[in-house]
Design a protein around this ligand. Structure first.
Ligand code: GLU
Length: 424
């Protein structure tokens, strides 16, 4: 175990503390100014609201809504809104900080933010979700802004929710400002390529890492955990590159096939099956906890946070992990992966394709001029390749793993901005 990973591996109850643990390790290695570290340890603004919503049964239910702005040193804050039952102040704070680092790694002119509503979107009707989204937009009218804070989809939300939030925001402000939110449907100012962008970023990062490892895509196998927006596109794009997908899974079922799984068939299946994998017959069903530790070369956790832990990390067989989800690896698992010489392309680099194309969407909205899908993809791929190379080089230069190297890459950029902008 290296000294660099020991400090970050102490048990952390809070997700934000897990972020700070890694920040501290990176700060020490790169000799970050203590003042800048202090600025980044404290989110700029935290908002909590209560949202009364008329439910279909005719009774009012109160929901908790959050928005945390972690930093605005590199530009207006950027980050998604998640609808999930485990949303809480600590989680939103951690996710907001990750957005600051993610935007900096991808070299986007943004700070970081995150929002969320504690709710179970699967248990709510479309009408209830619309009223909840509009209530949230109304309560955040002074937080959001095209040059202030720009939300986007995250877990449990999609273009549909972005459309409601945009519409409510525009009604309240009396302006038509499509760039105030990204990840919108195409018809109302969304960008071509945005839907698949996070999965595409996972693909580009995987190819870049395989190249460094002297492995050809046609010679490797992959397991993808999660078949939502990130996992489904990642599995499709990786298989289009010739990588054999041997394992897939979502919250309903997991599957494995040594011969490889026909990802086109899986896509066709989930479209007919309420977007879930349960009941798929093109591979053998396995227990959910077997998926991450099954035999493969590349592992893509693209579902939830904290799934690669101290318990299962010793059993992971992959040589390469590419984190499609935010925070899938706990700080305690990091040193175990490091000791096993597993290369881990961290979330703040691996899943930054989504926010990168969000940035392109915002640029197109501001210009009122729209690009082709090929233009978007080409610009995205270049940005991702540069970001990967930057992090890889920092890993070599600072003799550390890619996760800490990604933090260093981000901190180098943010440090300059904090210093140049100064304080009161
Ligand atoms: N929610 C996504 C993320 O965690 C996208 C954020 C955005 O596009 O602003 O990166």
């Amino acid at each position: 175990m290296s000294a660099q990973t020991v400090n970050a591996s102490q048990a952390h109850e809070s997700m934000f503390e897990a972020v700070l643990a890694r920040l501290d390790v990176a700060a020490k290695i790169m000799n970050l100014s203590e003042e800048v570290a202090q600025v980044l340890r404290n989110p700029q603004k935290q908002v909590k609201v209560s949202l009364p919503v008329m439910m279909d049964v005719g009774k009012i239910q109160i929901f908790e809504g959050y928005r945390t702005i972690h930093s605005t040193h590199l530009g207006p804050s950027k980050g998604g809104i998640r609808y999930a039952m485990d949303v809480n102040a600590d989680e939103v704070m951690a996710l907001a900080a990750w957005m600051s680092f993610k935007c900096a790694v991808a070299n986007l002119p943004y700070g970081g933010a995150k929002g969320g509503i504690k709710c179970d979107p699967r248990a709510m009707s479309v009408g209830e979700l619309e009223r909840l989204s509009r209530a949230y937009a109304a309560s955040m009218k002074d937080i959001f802004g095209v040059n202030r804070d720009i939300p986007a989809p995250d877990m449990g939300t999609s273009g549909r929710e972005m459309a409601w939030i945009l519409d409510e925001y525009n009604k309240i402000t009396g302006e038509d400002n499509p760039g105030v939110i990204t990840g919108k449907p195409l018809a109302i100012g969304g960008s071509l390529g945005r839907d698949a962008a996070t999965g595409r970023g996972v693909m580009v990062n995987t190819l870049a890492a395989l190249k460094k490892m002297n492995l050809k895509p046609s010679e490797v196998t992959a397991v993808v955990q999660g078949f939502g927006n990130v996992g489904s596109h990642a599995a499709r794009l990786l298989s289009e590159q010739g990588i054999k997908i041997v394992g897939i899974g979502d919250h309903t079922a997991s599957f494995y096939s040594e011969k490889g799984i026909d990802i086109t068939a899986v896509h066709e299946y989930v479209i007919k099956n309420n977007r879930v994998l349960k009941g798929f017959t093109g591979a053998t069903e396995i227990a959910a906890d077997q998926l991450l530790i099954s035999k493969c070369d590349v592992l893509v956790p693209a579902a939830l946070q904290n799934v690669i832990t101290e318990e299962n990390a010793p059993k992971i067989q992959a040589k390469l992990i590419v984190e499609g989800a935010n925070g899938p690896t706990t700080p305690d698992a990091d040193p175990i992966l490091h000791d096993k010489k597993i290369i881990c392309v961290p979330d703040i680099l691996a899943n930054s394709g989504g926010v990168t194309v969000s940035y392109f969407e915002w640029v197109q909205n501001k210009a009122g001029y729209y690009w082709t899908e090929d233009e978007v993809n080409a610009k995205h791929d270049i940005k991702m390749e540069i970001a990967f190379e930057h992090v890889w080089n920092n890993a070599t230069r600072f003799k550390t793993g890619m996760r800490i190297a990604a933090y260093i890459t981000a901190l180098q950029k943010i440090e300059q901005a904090v210093t140049l902008k100064g304080a009161y």
